[in-house]
Design a protein around this ligand. Structure first.
Ligand code: SF4
Ligand code: SF4
Length: 185
């Protein structure tokens, strides 16, 4: 458990950075949305997942704090600073994607949405880190692999952040992002 605990801080830091950048890029559209894609059954994953539960605990959030009907959603949006199920970052509705100015921006945005999912990919055999329900199984995960993926996700985040400032993706930036794409295999 010791080693997985060491992942909590850098994971939470990266998730915070991803969340902030996404809010910067999309809060106008999502904030005005009347068909919010958040769902209580997705919210519940944060309490049933052993790893996400550790992240909730770290920020002083208890499973009982979750509303039966609205999950973690309140008037200001999702109340979880980190420890959200990775799917929460992956989904972009067509309306949101169509508001982005070009294909390059759509590509960079969808890659941004995949970063948290990338970190936990294949943590224990074929299981994603957040799919592990039994805390005892966290002892068995491939922690070195998780740290490797965390580094790849951090590098990809820097590339995407730079794209947001310059509007350009260099060849080396695309190579950095390709480590994330391969997770779909
Ligand atoms: S992704 Fe689309 S459906 Fe979901 S909150 Fe944003 S605008 Fe609404
Ligand atoms: S973003 Fe937050 S409120 Fe929305 S589905 Fe995910 S955990 Fe629930």
């Amino acid at each position: 458990m010791q080693k997985i605990n060491e992942l909590l801080e850098p994971y939470a830091e990266l998730e915070g950075a991803v969340r902030q950048l996404m809010a910067q890029l999309f809060s106008d559209a999502c904030g005005m949305c009347t068909a919010c894609c958040c769902r209580a059954d997705i919210c519940e994953e944060a309490t049933s997942s052993a790893f996400l539960s550790l992240l909730l605990e770290r920020q002083g959030v208890k499973a009982a704090d979750m509303d039966d009907r609205y999950g973690w959603l309140d008037l200001h949006g999702c109340s979880l600073e980190y420890g959200r199920p990775p799917i929460c970052y992956i989904y972009f509705c067509d309306q949101l994607l169509s508001r982005l100015p070009d294909d390059e921006t759509r590509y960079a945005s969808t890659m941004l949405g995949k970063l948290m999912n990338h970190v936990g990919h294949q943590a224990l055999g074929g299981w994603h880190l957040v799919e592990i329900m039994d805390p005892a199984d966290l002892e068995k995960v491939d922690v070195d692999g998780l740290f490797q993926r965390l580094e790849e996700a951090q590098a990809a985040f820097e590339v995407i952040e730079e794209f947001c400032q310059t509007g350009r993706l260099s060849r080396s930036a695309r190579e950095t992002l390709s480590a994330i794409t391969s997770d779909e295999d």
